[in-house]
Design a protein around this ligand. Structure first.
Ligand code: FES
Length: 110
């Protein structure tokens, strides 16, 4: 598991871009006291999803308003057509970790 950020680094209902080096950035998303790690780059273009809005469990891309389900990565609004990768998360001692080698998305059978 890879350290992503401290739980206090992101407010409820917000997303934080995390650059880990050597790979595209991820976004740490907080829904109340649940944490999710997803790819930060939209599958439709080069937008950073952490700059988008979080609406009812979805994250909305700031470029063309495509949406993804934060829990599954499934597309919930056009023009996005390809699901987003989501990563297994562990929260321990106020720190969020993610299994970046075990990402999955709604298009990929788990
Ligand atoms: Fe995200 Fe177009 S770049 S919806």
């Amino acid at each position: 598991m890879t350290f992503i950020a401290r739980t206090t680094d992101v407010e409820p209902g917000c997303a934080l871009q995390v650059n880990l080096g050597g790979r595209p950035p991820v976004a740490l998303v907080r829904l109340d006291d649940e944490f999710f790690v997803i790819d930060d780059t939209c599958t439709h273009g080069e937008a950073s999803l952490s700059d988008g809005e979080i609406i009812n469990g979805d994250i909305e891309c700031p470029f063309h308003s495509g949406c993804f389900d934060i829990r599954t990565g499934a597309v919930t609004a056009f023009p996005c057509a390809k699901a987003l990768t989501v990563y297994p998360v562990k929260v321990e001692d106020g720190q969020v970790f993610a299994a970046l080698d075990a990402g999955s998305c709604a298009d990929t059978p788990v």
